[in-house]
Design a protein around this ligand. Sequence first.
Ligand code: GLU
Length: 418
Amino acid sequence: MTLEQEKNPWLAAEVRFDNAAAKLGLDDGMRKVLKSPAREMTVHIPVQLDDGRLEVFTGYRVQHSIARGPGKGGIRYAPDVSIDEVRALASWMTWKCAVVNIPYGGAKGGVICNPALMSDGELERLTRRYTAGIMDMIGPDRDIPAPDMNTNAQVMAWIMDTYSMRMGSATTAVVTGKPMELGGSLGRQEATGRGCMLVTLEALSRFGLKPEDSKVVIQGFGNVGGMAARLMAKRGFRIIAIVEYDGAVYNANGLDIEALMAHRKETGSINEFEGGEAMDKREAMFLPCDVLVPAATENVITSENAGKLNCRILCEGANGPTTAVADGILAEKGIFVIPDILANAGGVTVSYFEWVQDRQGYFWNEGLVNSRLEEIMVRSFADVANWGEKRKVDNRTAAYMLALDRVASAIRLRGIYA
Ligand code: GLU
């Protein structure tokens, strides 16, 4: 397999799926049903640019499964979005929602564009026209989008407004990750990072380690990595390095994360931070540490570099940071992997809380959101770990088996509509 094939997310998703399906003894028919995305839509979106030109963008929405409930999953804006990626991400949402046992299927959307080069007006027009294009697929009972790479609460507000104008009434539950003023939930923004911290704490206790004795390296300092860093630092972890796309910063005694955030806000980058030393971003990921949190994008741990990792615990904050080929290398090294479909499920879990609150029209305080998130993450970690111990499989295989089993059983109970 070439490195390029190894990095195809849909292939990575298939390898993990096939492995878990074989271990579960799923029959061929059920495997076909579980593997195939239920619905896929491609839209070509005309957008008037600020300079008057008309441009056409391509966008996708894939509902991988709607067996356990409405589709659920984010929308990403990036130049390298592809149907294979969106398909893989949609299937990961199915397994993720099943692992934490929330009543959703899995979906994902993406638009091929470069938001860094677009004005707010252009982004708004793109978002509204994309929403109009996928309008028939989404809805509080059908498919509920949320933020993902390069989308945020403002983008969700535009989607909510476009959908609501079409429906003739304010429909807040059509998206999650909204601003607080429009039915957003307290704790949603930090939820993915909080979830990462919670499962890492569970993993640490298996090693008899305390947060204060644990060195952490985090790759990515956006919504997931930044929040994980902030919350882990508050909890006493020593964050020795932050690795970004344009550099890395290191401090053996632990970085002052709040100061680093302030520095980044001021200068636009983590580079030239006085509270640490600059480091080669390619090397920083291989620093000896207790916990490595890849929290940026897919394919950062591959067959080429997995052998160099120097961590005890790998907490996958991003979706798909490890290729399927690298899995074997991590296993040989004895690294305890908290797989993405468990490690980063805090975000969609609080999205679920947001949707529940919107539908009830009754909002929870932050303490309640956080304690319910903790309950779900701790229970899900135990479910995966117990499944793995009982069947002598690694955590990723256990998480996939548990998820596939839950979705297959929902499909069996519903039967096939004909
Ligand atoms: N984009 C996030 C994820 O990949 C959140 C999805 C959601 O909240 O629906 O899990």
